[in-house]
Unconditional design. Sequence first.
Length: 238
Amino acid sequence: MYCEQPSGFMDTSRPGFVCRLNKSLYGLKQAPRAWYSKFASHLLSLGFQEAKSDTSLFVFHRGADTVYLLLYVDDIVLTASSQQLLRRTIDALQREFAMKDLGKLHHFLGMQVQRSNGGLLLMQHQYILDILERAGMSECNPCSTPVDTSPKLSGVTGDPVKDAIDFHSLASALQYLTFTWLDISYAVQQICLHMHDPREPHLATLKRILRYICGTLHLGLHLRPSTQCDLVVYSDAN
C-alpha cells in the first residue's frame, strides 16, 4: 500500500515520491468504509433492507420468513425465524465472503448472553470488572442507589478534577453500560452534561455510580417472549 506524502512531512527534494506503508494502520478509514459498502450492497441484493433507525441493522422480511443481521465492522449477529432460513442465509454469505460460523451467541462487544428456557439474559459482567479496575475501585464499598437524591449537580462548584481525560474515559464507558444497566441512565446522563468542565463533585457522583454497579454485578437485562404488545410506562410524577 502506498500513500501520498502527508502535508507537513513533504520531502522537498523528492516531491513526486510516495510513501510505502510497511505496516497497515488500524485507524485507516477507507478500508472499513469500503468493506461496509461491499457487504451492505450484497445484503441488499439478497433482499435485505437497511433499518432507518440503525444503519448497522439489516432486515429481511418475505411472507413468514424474517432475518435480522447486525453488523459491527467484521463481527455479525444473525438470527432468523427458522433454522432452515438461517442456514440458507449463512450459506449465501459464505459464498461471497470468507466467514466462520461461531454457533450460538454467547459474547458480543462486551456483552454476555446467557440462555434459558425463559429467554435471554444480557449482562456486561466482565465489562464492569474492567471499568472498576481502571478506576481503582475493584474492592470499593457498594451502595444501594446509583445517585444521591439530595444534592443537585447543576451549578455546583468545586476544584477541577486532576485527570479530565480519565474522567471522560470512565463516563464514556458508563454510557455503553446503560444498554443493559437501564437504571443508571439518568445518573450517567447527569455527569455527561459536565464533560466540558468536570469538577470534584462530578467525580464523586461518577464514583457513586461505580459503587452501585459494584454491588449489582449479578444483574442483567432479561429478554423473554411475550404475547403482550402494550407499552407499559412507569413514572413517579403525578
